[in-house]
Design a protein around this ligand. Structure first.
Ligand code: SF4
Length: 349
């Protein structure tokens, strides 16, 4: 008997046809999702990663662009060290800044390294002018150690700059030497006073930044800071970041600079009479800044070291932001939004 019930001999049933059809559809789906995953992996847009790291509701309102890592100082706790000497061509940096403005940036802060080292301050001057005049940003600021700034810079670019923040950790020259906050025998305090006076002369809001560490934690800076009259005195707790100032690959070892939370609180309470004081603990500092490195990659500091995104010049702002690790709530909690345009500050010049 030639097997009457042999499947090959029977007409194909409706169920069999549907099963075959479904198998084809499923195979097609598996194949296309495999191709999509390969593409996402190759282009750095993996949907697996984006589920755990997606951050795309964030608007990059305030961005810190560390366009250079080179510096003429050697602060022992520096956490943005000269691991590369790369600086973007000016045109590329402007392209990235425009993309950020189009994505909602209102404030940009240029930082380093030392921003005035590149092309003797012309590079940062060009960026400041472009952001204020070209992009019409409400706030443009710079953080600098102050040692390389000339009065001619203020004459040329001062009108485009809202805020200049200078770093000063001590009013004792020996402490500055111990920290490395100076170049050779040149006095950091002389530079500070000189540049602060130019800020007043050329109507740029003057801000002061201090990192509290082992060597200055017992200092009382009240009189000096009161005399300097900064619009804001940002006081940071010394921060350790693996790969920057800690660990085998680091260019600095900040261990001997680290202070306890209690020592930081003591410093703050000693200076509570200074009205411009804005404290910033490690916890607040670590995730509440949008940090761009010299390649325009956002740096995610959540794990205690810096993990770069792809460059926003390659993948666009939103995709780069997905990997920024930015904590918007902490940004607001630390007072990240404040009167940051000099037009709004009503300063006494
Ligand atoms: S001045 Fe700033 S960038 Fe330069 S070494 Fe000191 S902390 Fe680092």
């Amino acid at each position: 008997m030639q097997g009457a019930n042999h499947p090959s001999d029977t007409p194909i049933s409706y169920v069999d046809r549907m099963t075959g059809f479904l198998i084809v559809i499923a195979s097609f789906y598996i194949f296309t999702s495999f191709i999509q995953r390969c593409w996402a992996w190759l282009t750095g847009t993996s949907s697996v990663c984006s589920q755990t790291q997606r951050n795309s509701t964030v608007t990059p309102v305030s961005v810190n662009y560390h366009f250079t890592r080179r510096c003429n100082y050697k602060c022992g706790f520096c956490f943005h060290t000269a691991k590369t000497s790369f600086v973007l061509p000016l045109g590329e940096a402007k392209r990235g800044l425009k993309a950020l403005r189009d994505a909602g940036m209102q404030k940009v802060n240029f930082s380093g390294g030392e921003p005035f080292l590149e092309d003797r301050g012309q590079y940062v001057g060009d960026l400041v002018t472009y952001c204020k005049h070209g992009l019409q940003l409400p706030s443009v600021s710079i953080v600098s150690n102050g040692s390389l700034i000339k009065e001619s810079w203020f004459v040329k670019y001062g009108e485009y700059l809202d805020i200049l923040a200078l770093s000063c950790d001590s009013f004792n020259p020996e402490t500055n030497e111990l920290i490395g906050r100076q170049q050779g025998r040149r006095s950091h305090l002389d530079s500070l006073q000189r540049v602060r006076d130019w800020c007043y002369k050329y109507k740029v809001a003057f801000k002061l930044n201090t990192v509290v560490n082992t060597f200055n934690k017992d200092e009382d800076m009240t009189t000096h800071v009161t005399e300097l009259k900064p619009c804001r005195w940002k006081v940071f707790q010394c921060l350790v970041l693996e790969g920057e100032n800690a660990g085998e690959d680091a260019l600095r070892d900040a261990e001997k600079f680290v202070i306890s939370d209690e020592e930081f609180r003591d410093f703050l309470s000693r200076h509570k009479g200074v009205p411009s004081l804005v404290p910033e603990s490690n916890e607040k500092m670590q995730n509440s800044y949008l940090i761009l490195d010299e390649f325009m990659r956002f740096l995610d500091c959540r794990s205690g070291s810096k993990h770069p995104s792809k460059s926003l010049l390659d993948v666009g702002v939103q995709q780069a932001l997905d990997f920024s690790g930015f904590d918007e709530k902490m940004f607001l909690a630390r007072g990240g939004r404040y009167k940051w345009s000099k037009a709004d500050m009503r300063l006494e010049w």
